[in-house]
Design a protein around this ligand. Structure first.
Ligand SMILES: [Zn+2]
Length: 451
């Protein structure tokens, strides 16, 4: 515990982990030696199968300084205990029942307040997804992701990109030079939907009926080798960072791409039975969220090619930062439980993405109605109201206090209830849809607006 705490104290703060500049430190072998005189990188690279490595990006130099200090300050016997414990801890869910129960007691009960462990079949499916995700994914998409779903998602993405492009042309706080760069970045976005065009080849991975732990360890070795095999080769832009059944999506700044696995194209995000308004408020806003990440407080530091480079004029950056700080303050004010607040700086990227995502999804929906008769009310709700109900359905969630506490302290995503209400309280279109007036709980003063 003493060693773990020392290493934790030397680690980068979670708010700084979001900042790409603070995590980019290319170092030559000689600099590495100065950073950690007690650690042999040559021996490490050799053991990892890459003795030729002469430079490396050290994400957290201070951590390695702290590690190096512990290499001499902590007795060898303690290191052995520490490393042995880490091995057992990492393998706990593949070890016999007593280990599984012990792990659940801490990670499940203590940290998240869970009352019982997930059923065995769910844990098995998750383990398969982790280790053989693109093999499992092939079966998943055959069964649950017809070509129509892909076509519908692609159409929505195109409409959303067009809506943000329109917004960029008329944005009052941005000058022509930055505007042109932003539009170029948006135009260069790569879009991935559903699943990869190039399935991963698992033939080098041996899976046997006996030995769950051994299969998992071989799976980890396979993945480690796969990653190291990229060294010295061109970037593979076809690669996916999520498996097809995953109910999630992402934006990769360094690839300048937005990615939507097949798993997210289902209710409450997308319902083929629901009308467009609901789906634009759900899946549409999620697509808008991922697009906006390219223009959030950190994503905006990457250019159209995915390189970390500053394409902003000083004045426009100042204008952007002022607007971003409005969102930061808004989330700083959300109280999770007495005395515990959201950390606005930590959740800023996600909160900007939610706010911008909703605004451009709404604009895209309005645009899709052009030239068509006005949609009828359904169950007494107007199309505009249904759009926001679609968003609310996405964030309807149950969470135990322990899990909410853990998320608040460690996760850059705000709690579901603040993601549901927070951005809507900034939007005039929401107030109009539901007839909210100045002074109402869902009308913020001043309202934050960036994109
Ligand atoms: Zn996000």
């Amino acid at each position: 515990m003493k060693l773990e705490t020392a290493l934790a104290n030397a680690s980068t703060k979670n708010t700084d982990l979001r900042d790409p500049e603070k995590n980019y430190h290319m170092m030559a072998l000689a600099d590495l030696k100065t950073l950690t005189p007690n650690f042999s990188w040559e021996a490490y690279f050799k053991a990892a199968g890459h003795p030729e490595l002469k430079q490396i990006n050290v994400g957290q130099p201070d951590f390695f300084k702290g590690l190096d200090a512990q290499l001499t300050a902590t007795p060898l016997e303690d290191w052995k205990t520490y490393l042995r414990w880490h091995l057992v801890n990492a393998a706990a869910s593949e070890l016999p029942e007593k280990f599984v129960a012990e792990e659940f007691d801490f990670r499940g009960k203590t940290l998240t307040g869970a009352k019982e462990i997930q059923p065995r079949w769910k844990r098995c499916v998750q383990a398969t997804d982790r280790t053989l995700g693109e093999a499992l994914g092939q079966l998943y998409v055959q069964k649950y992701f017809p070509p129509e779903a892909k076509a519908r998602a692609l159409e929505m993405v195109r409409n959303l990109i067009a809506a943000l492009n329109d917004d960029l042309q008329t944005l009052s706080w941005m000058g022509p030079q930055t505007r042109a760069q932003a539009a170029a970045k948006l135009k260069a976005f790569a879009v991935k939907i559903g699943y990869t065009d190039k399935w991963r080849d698992y033939s080098a991975l041996r899976i046997e009926r006996a030995g769950y732990l051994e299969n998992t360890l071989r799976g980890a070795e396979f993945e480690f080798a796969r990653r190291l095999d990229k060294i010295g080769k061109p970037v593979d832009r076809t690669e996916w960072g999520m498996t097809p059944p995953t109910v999630n999506a992402y934006n990769s700044s360094s690839m300048n791409e937005i990615v939507f696995p097949a798993g997210i194209m289902q209710p409450p995000f997308y319902d083929p039975q629901a009308d467009d308004a609901v789906n634009y408020g759900g899946m549409g806003a999620v697509i808008g969220h991922e697009i906006t990440h390219g223009f959030d407080d950190q994503g905006s530091k990457f250019d159209a090619h995915g390189n970390l480079s500053d394409w902003w004029t000083a004045e426009d950056r100042k204008n952007f930062d002022e607007r971003a700080s409005c969102v930061e303050k808004q989330f700083d004010g959300y109280e999770v439980e007495p005395g515990l607040y959201q950390n606005g700086k930590l959740v800023l990227g996600e909160s900007i993405a939610d706010l911008g995502g909703l605004a451009i999804a709404y604009a895209a929906y309005e645009k899709s109605l052009e030239g068509k008769p006005r949609p009828k009310e359904i169950d007494g709700f107007t199309a505009e109201q249904r759009f926001f109900l679609g968003w609310a359905q996405v964030w309807g969630a149950n969470q135990r206090p322990e899990a909410a506490r853990l998320q608040t302290k460690t996760n850059p995503h705000p709690l579901a209830r603040f993601r549901g209400n927070g951005p809507l309280s900034n939007l005039t279109i929401f107030a109009q849809a539901f007839g909210c007036k100045k002074g109402d709980a869902m009308v913020r003063e001043p309202a934050c607006k960036i994109w």
